[in-house]
Structure formats: structure tokens, C-alpha cells
Design a protein around this ligand. Structure first.
Ligand SMILES: NC(=O)c1ccc[n+]([C@@H]2O[C@H](COP(=O)([O-])OP(=O)(O)OC[C@H]3O[C@@H](n4cnc5c(N)ncnc54)[C@H](O)[C@@H]3O)[C@@H](O)[C@H]2O)c1
Length: 396
């Protein structure tokens, strides 16, 4: 029988729900996991009424004191789903308490915070995880495997996008629009995912950034009536007061990889018409890959070694357990379609495996790995501010 792993969830917002759902479902779908997550305690802020969330999602206990939760001897794994500025203090507390810890992306709001987390984890030899969940879309995991198996050969060109549409100027001044709480805007939110995806799929590292542009189009927004930091969407009912936006709405940049590939990255919260379109294209000497999240069950593959007479893009539906598509054997029969939430359940399964000393289906970023993504985020912002090429060796 699987050993119990008492989980503490720190945060009760959007990601609080995706992670709760993941811990709730994972042992039901993934048979034979070495650890069985027990939804022990959920932290939420007093004003959110943490009891309501805990009861709804099946957490046994609730608290509005995150330090006490993290320090509790009953907790085996700490899971952080707060705004970015809190990732560092909560993770440091968990590491000090000798606990394994996972956090939502990006690793931290700032490179300085991220470095503290990496150093502390290394010193304590702590097991750490960062929830770059899109790695665990079966189609993205398959892309990683195909590159690793040599199907694409030498990579020439990588194109990455993450485009969203946040409804223009009417969206209130949430924590996501404030540097001290978020670190950056669309960049840390969206580019973080596609930088991780590009590193994961190519198995390569970025060496240089150029041509970076960061822009804030909407420079002030209405202050929400219910605490902007609180992750409560709130809305602007009754309040006309405006506050300054000091993060980007869109960031674009070019990059070079160690093995010679060139890449483009673009993210925006104001790409009207795209709701959650993240994607990657990889073009190499033997073939190409194409993935778009809004069509997440598919990976497109072009075998460039095939006879040109019949050569063309193959649209692979990545739902075949018999075909060995990653994670699918835990889910439904072929073509019974997976969604966003499955990526989180897949990650929860891999976290339970790694905590028990087993291998994940595909690699999970730990703090040190996610720090490389954070360095690229930083380099792109420096490149945009200074309007020059930035070598990754300049960013420690
Ligand atoms: N992987 C993904 O697809 C994805 C999507 C959205 C967000 N995220 C990441 O998840 C994290 C949380 O984002 P979210 O969308 O769930 O945010 P959210 O605003 O919906 O919820 C954040 C929660 O954190 C807690 N919190 C907020 N401010 C706090 C404070 N000052 N003190 C103590 N607790 C506080 C509250 O419980 C709040 O509900 C962020 O790091 C974000 O980048 C990841």
C-alpha cells in the first residue's frame, strides 16, 4: 500500500483550485504510485475565509497562518500557489523546516529571490519542484521525447508564442500588474512558460538574447475594491481610484541556443482573440514539430526524411496509451480528450514519484532548473531596457 504524504497547500486562488483538483484525483487515476497525497491543510488569507475553500476541495484542515502550516511536523510536502513575491519566503521557511517544497511558476518574482531559493535548496539538499505544468501535456512530453530520440536532428529554428487577451483597460489592478508582487507582467507570467517549454523540448540552453522589446500599453488601472494583492479578482465595483501599472503587457525577444539554433519568443496579455494560446515550433534537419495549447491534444510532426511525394505534416492525436503517449495510460480510451487540469494531475503523480525516489515520466524542473528559465527572463528584460545584446554569462 502507498505511504501517505501529508500535503500543505499555501494559497487558495486559481492555482489553489488546479492543485487541489490534482491532489484529489491523482491516486484515483494513477495506479501504483509510491506515495498517496493526503490533503492535510490548506492556507488562505483571513479575508478569503479559508474554511470555505478547504471544505469545498476536501482539505482536512485550514489555516490563515502559513508559517505555522509550513512548520507543522504533520506536513510532508509544501505546495506554494501564491503570488510570485511569496514564493521565496514560503519556500525558505519550508526548506528551513526540512520539507520538500514545490512552487508555481515562475520560480520567484525576482532573480535575487530565485537565487536565494536555489542556494538554500542546494545547501539543505531539499527536494524541490516548479509547476511548469505545460511540460506535462502529453503532446509536449511527446515533443520532448521525439527530439531526444533524434527524430528532428540538428535543430535550426525554434518559434515560441504565448498570447492572451485580458480584456483591455477594464481589467482591474490585480497583483499581476504590480512589480513588487509579480516581478514582471506578461513576461514572468507567459514567457516563463514558453522559455521552460523551449528548454524542455529542445534539451538545449539559451546563450544570448537580442532584439528585446517590453511595452506597457495600459499604464494605469482601477484599484479593485477587494485587496489587489489578495488574488481576489474583485472587480472595480464602487471604486474609481486608479493605480499605476509598473509591469509589461507584452515582451518579445530573439535568442540563440548553445547548439546553434535561433529562436523567437513573444508574449502578450493584449493579443485580442487569443485566450490561452501558447505554442512552440521546432524545425530541424530531419523534421519539424508544432504544438498549440488551444488544440492541446495534438502534436504536429513533419518527417523531412520521408519521400517528398508523400511528405507532409502529420497531426498526431496524443491520446493513445497503446502508442505510448506519455501519461495517457492513466486516463481515458483513445481520443477521449484531455484538458488543462490533466497537466496538473500528471505533475502531482510525478511529484509523488520523485518524493519516493522514483523517476518522473518526463523531467520535472527543480529550483536549479527553473533558475535557468528565470535567468533568461532577466536577460530579456535587461536586453529590452538597454536595447542591446545580452549574453547569458552576464546574468548570474
Ligand atoms: N501554471 C499555470 O498555468 C498558472 C496559471 C496561473 C497562475 N500561475 C501561477 O500561480 C501562482 C498563483 O497564481 P493564481 O492565479 O492562483 O493567483 P490568485 O490571485 O488566483 O491566488 C493567489 C492566492 O494566494 C494567496 N495570497 C494572495 N496574496 C497573498 C498575501 N499577500 N499573503 C498571503 N497569501 C496571499 C491567496 O490565498 C490567494 O487566493 C502565481 O505564481 C502564478 O504565476 C500558474
Amino acid at each position: 500500500m502507498a505511504k501517505a504524504c501529508n500535503v500543505a497547500l499555501i494559497g487558495q486562488g486559481f492555482m489553489g483550485r488546479t492543485h487541489s483538483n490534482a491532489f484529489l484525483k491523482v491516486s484515483k487515476f494513477f495506479k501504483g504510485l509510491p506515495l498517496d497525497p493526503v490533503m492535510h491543510t490548506s492556507f488562505g488569507m483571513k479575508q478569503e475565509n479559508p474554511k470555505v475553500f478547504a471544505k469545498h476541495w476536501g482539505w482536512r484542515n485550514y489555516s490563515d497562518d502559513w508559517k505555522a502550516v509550513v512548520r507543522s511536523r504533520d506536513i510532508d510536502y509544501v505546495d506554494i500557489v501564491t503570488p510570485n513575491f511569496m514564493h521565496m519566503p514560503v519556500a525558505m521557511e519550508a526548506i528551513r523546516a526540512g520539507k520538500p517544497v514545490g512552487t508555481e511558476k515562475p520560480l520567484a518574482g525576482t532573480l535575487k529571490d530565485a537565487k536565494k531559493m536555489v542556494d538554500a535548496a542546494k545547501k539543505a539538499k531539499a527536494k524541490t519542484f516548479v509547476w511548469y505544468n505545460y511540460r506535462r501535456c502529453p503532446a509536449v512530453s511527446l515533443a520532448h521525447q521525439l527530439v531526444k530520440d533524434g527524430k528532428i536532428g540538428r535543430i535550426f529554428h525554434v518559434r515560441c508564442i504565448y498570447l492572451q487577451d485580458w480584456g483591455g483597460p477594464d481589467t482591474p489592478l490585480l497583483w499581476r500588474f504590480q512589480k513588487k508582487l509579480a516581478g514582471s507582467g506578461a513576461h514572468g507570467d507567459l514567457n516563463a512558460h514558453i522559455i521552460d517549454m523551449a528548454r524542455f523540448v529542445t534539451g538545449d540552453e539559451i546563450t544570448e538574447i537580442s532584439g528585446a522589446i517590453a511595452e506597457t500599453f495600459i499604464k494605469e488601472r482601477t484599484i479593485p475594491s477587494v485587496g489587489a494583492a489578495g488574488g481576489i479578482a474583485g472587480g472595480s465595483k464602487g471604486s474609481r481610484k486608479k493605480g499605476k501599472v509598473d509591469v509589461d503587457d507584452a515582451v518579445l525577444f530573439l535568442a540563440r541556443f548553445k547548439k546553434g539554433a535561433v529562436a523567437s519568443f513573444e508574449c502578450s496579455r493584449l493579443a485580442m482573440g487569443y485566450q490561452n494560446q501558447n505554442g512552440i515550433e521546432v524545425h530541424g534537419e530531419k523534421g519539424s514539430l508544432r504544438f498549440r495549447f488551444e488544440d492541446m491534444n495534438y502534436l504536429e510532426y513533419l518527417d523531412y526524411t520521408a519521400n517528398p511525394k508523400t511528405r507532409g505534416w502529420t497531426k498526431i492525436m496524443c491520446t493513445s496509451a497503446a502508442g505510448g503517449h506519455p501519461y495517457v495510460e492513466a486516463w481515458w480510451p483513445d481520443a477521449h480528450i484531455l484538458g488543462y487540469e490533466h497537466t496538473f494531475v500528471n505533475q502531482a503523480a510525478d511529484i509523488m514519484r520523485v518524493l519516493a525516489g522514483k523517476k518522473p515520466v518526463v523531467p520535472i524542473p527543480d529550483f536549479a532548473d527553473a533558475y535557468e528559465t528565470q535567468r533568461v527572463l532577466e536577460a530579456a528584460l535587461v536586453a529590452a531596457a538597454k536595447r542591446r545584446v545580452v549574453k547569458m554569462s552576464e546574468v548570474k
